[in-house]
Design a protein around this ligand. Structure first.
Ligand code: ARG
Length: 492
């Protein structure tokens, strides 16, 4: 018997160039296992609908159970969907394997497989981000009482604490984790049963197929199901947001490990040397995490551009979106992992931090606030007065407290106000720890917020982990049940 080509008889052979250009076979490696699962669930539903004979269905399921998800260098074809069917036809013959594609198309199948792979990656990324959050909390706990310059415009602005700084990073990652949780509910919906675009006369129970594959429900409209990739754009923007947040941490790790800052030393495990300069220790992990934010942005822009103005419903343009998705998700996951490691193993040099903070005028606002409450002048007026004192201190090289104690009367005299501060009070007002403990607003840098801040965030970590593992165990449970049903069907 001549070999039956699943491509059919409508067309002659595709040219070599055209075939290579349009094939997604290489990229399909990523979803090959999922495609086999989707075929199995579909066949199980065909059996239940009485659309295929028991014997045919059992043979197909037995075949799928052992079907290889490998794509070899010599394999040919438009994609793995076609290759899998071709292999089945070659092995079982067309009268049996020819039923695999009854009531389904590669269009609903690929959308389903992509969603299955993506939902796993969403959980993986969530866990990796929570790991990174935990390493931020470890730093916060270890340096509970340590100060850090708070920057605006990369200039010393006001003192904060190390925990306060890392709480900021933690909280932004928390939103990234929450976004991924919301994304999951839109990804975990099943397109199967939509066939090419219009649905199928085969009486498939769509909810049943969805449940077998661990989905929470179906994508209702059959055209929407096969041709929408908004979930890809959404996943990419979630990945991008996480990368943007991580890139800011990465940038600080690079800066802080420079000689000029010297605030941290990264461990050797997360650093690289130079091939020529023997002294070098480069923060390469942080550099790449910073760079990958750019790559993920590129993927988002690419996919959005591919989708723009695409006529309904399926077009092969959609095939071009998936490699971007995998690359971006992989980048985000690996970035979170290495940053968690780099941060956990980094050592802070508290004396370098103190040196950097000494005489940095970062509590000048406190002196202005003091004048407002002590003398009832407006803040803007106090701001101007203290600004003058700082200029004087910079010029003379004398500490701001001394300048305040000797020059405040003079400075204020011009405005017809008699203000004075003694040296001791000036030092107290300008003291960095006093500045911090004087902060009274919720969410501010007062060190009294460190302990409850750590505790609340530990609860958030626990909740996030519980939410991820709830989803993961629902998938696991569905897959165990699916395998049981498959075994049962083949036994019949
Ligand atoms: N290789 C395609 C993809 O990845 C699968 C669907 C192809 N459908 C088609 N009608 N050519 O999107």
């Amino acid at each position: 018997m001549p070999r039956v080509d699943v491509r059919g008889r409508r067309l002659r052979k595709q040219s070599k160039d055209s075939a290579a250009f349009t094939s997604s076979l290489g990229a399909d490696r990523r979803i090959a296992g999922r495609v086999i699962e989707v075929n199995s669930a579909h066949m199980a539903a065909l059996l239940e609908a009485g659309a295929v004979e028991d014997e045919v269905g059992a043979k197909c399921l037995a075949y799928l159970r052992h079907a290889s998800a490998q794509v070899g260098a010599s394999d040919e074809g438009e994609d793995f969907h076609q290759l899998l069917e071709q292999r089945a036809v070659d092995e079982l013959g067309i009268e049996t394997a020819g039923y695999l594609n009854l009531g389904k198309s590669r269009n609903d199948q690929v959308a389903t497989a992509v969603r299955m792979e993506l939902r796993a990656l969403v959980l993986e990324l969530s866990s990796a981000l929570v790991d990174l959050q935990e390493s931020e909390l470890r730093v916060a706990r270890k340096h509970a009482g340590d100060l850090l310059p708070g920057y605006t415009h990369l200039q010393h602005a006001q003192p904060v604490t190390i925990p306060h700084h890392f709480f900021a990073h933690f909280d932004s990652l928390q939103r990234d984790v929450e976004r991924l949780g919301q994304l999951y509910s839109r990804v975990n919906l099943c397109p199967m049963g939509s066939a090419a675009l219009a649905g199928t006369p085969v009486r498939l129970d769509r909810e049943r197929v969805a449940a077998l594959l661990g989905f929470d429900g179906i994508v209702k409209n059959s055209m929407d199901a096969v041709s929408s990739r908004d979930f890809v754009v959404e996943a990419l923007s979630c990945a991008l947001m996480a990368m943007l947040d991580m890139s800011r941490l990465a940038e600080e790790l690079v800066l802080w490990s420079s000689k000029e800052f010297g605030f941290i030393e990264l461990s050797d495990e997360f650093s690289a040397s130079s091939s020529i300069m023997p002294q070098k220790k480069n923060a390469v992990v942080a550099e790449l995490a910073r760079a990958k934010a750019g790559s993920v942005l590129g993927s988002l822009v690419a996919v959005a551009s591919i989708l723009k103005a695409l006529p309904y419903s399926y077009n092969l343009d959609l095939q071009e979106t998936t490699p971007h998705l995998w690359r971006a998700m992989d980048d985000a996951i690996s970035s979170a992992r290495v940053l968690a490691g780099a941060l956990s193993s980094a050592k802070f040099d508290s004396s370098a931090v103190s040196r950097a903070m000494s005489g940095d005028y970062s509590t000048a606002t406190a002196l202005a606030d003091h004048l407002v409450s002590r003398y009832g002048i407006s803040f803007r007026r106090a701001h101007a007065v203290v600004g003058g004192l700082v200029t004087e201190s910079v010029k003379t090289g004398l500490p701001l407290a001394e300048v305040a104690a000797t020059r405040l009367g003079q400075a204020s005299g011009k405005d017809g106000l008699r203000m004075n501060i003694d040296l001791k009070t000036a030092f107290q007002v300008l003291d960095q720890s006093n500045f911090l403990s004087g902060i009274s607003t919720e969410g501010g840098a007062n060190p009294s917020g460190v302990r409850p801040g750590v505790a609340a965030r530990q609860t958030a970590v626990r909740d996030a982990r519980a939410s991820v593992s709830k989803k993961a165990s629902a998938l696991k449970k569905a897959s165990t049940e699916f395998n049981r049903i498959l075994r049962e069907k083949k036994g019949r």
